[in-house]
Design a binder for this molecule. Structure first.
Ligand code: XMP
Ligand code: MG
Length: 178
């Protein structure tokens, strides 16, 4: 694995510290209110697991799987639901939990899809955001880190399904994908 990674961008400790801060904000913002965390498979598995355990709120969890990328490194803008939510979200406070907002196309689509189902609210929490790569405006309420528009892997993020199990976020050496 060593040769495939160019650098460590965020260490395990930096990620965990930031998730604890975000969890404290979420606890305060949703205190006494209903909260349903919606994780976006598969990338958000690690963020969800660690964020949810840092929360004191008795939040529920559900999952969606959407596809927008194929196995490459560019967003197609075409989103397909591979797995939908198990339960109805009418009247609920939904917090989408994501690994990364890149072009914003996936989340913008997902947010309007969920809003059309009559929830009380839909907000977004993402570990990473690439502001320079934005193609559409998406309001993200909780952002772990704004990063440069490089392709990153680890902590749930994959390149062709690999590297998701790294406990940190790193950049991929160009030879891996070129
Ligand atoms: P968009 O462009 O629609 O992309 O905001 C969102 C989804 O694309 C994937 N993505 C990445 N995956 N490293 C990855 O491993 C990256 O740098 C990267 N950028 C985008 C990711 O699945 C995200 O949910
Ligand atoms: Mg994702």
């Amino acid at each position: 694995m060593g040769d495939d990674l160019a650098s460590v961008m965020l260490t395990e400790a930096q990620i965990q510290d930031r998730l604890r801060e975000l969890a404290a904000e979420i606890d305060a913002d949703y205190a006494g209110q209903d909260l349903l965390l919606v994780g976006v498979l598969k990338g958000a598995v690690m963020v969800m697991a660690d964020l949810a355990r840092a929360l004191h709120h008795p939040a529920e969890m559900d999952w969606m799987a959407v596809s927008s990328y194929g196995s490459g490194t560019k967003s197609s803008g075409v989103v397909r639901i591979l797995k939908d939510l198990d339960r109805d979200i009418t009247g609920r406070n939904v917090l989408i939990v994501e690994d990364i907002v890149d072009s914003g196309l996936t989340l913008s689509w997902l947010q309007s899809n969920l809003r059309s189902r009559g929830p009380a609210s839909v907000s977004i929490c993402t570990l990473l955001r690439k502001p320079a790569a934005a193609k559409v405006e998406v309001e993200v309420r909780y952002v772990g880190f704004d990063i440069d528009p490089e392709f990153v892997v680890g902590y749930g993020l994959d390149y062709a399904e690999k590297y998701r199990n790294l406990p940190f976020v790193g950049t991929l050496a160009p030879h891996v994908y070129s």
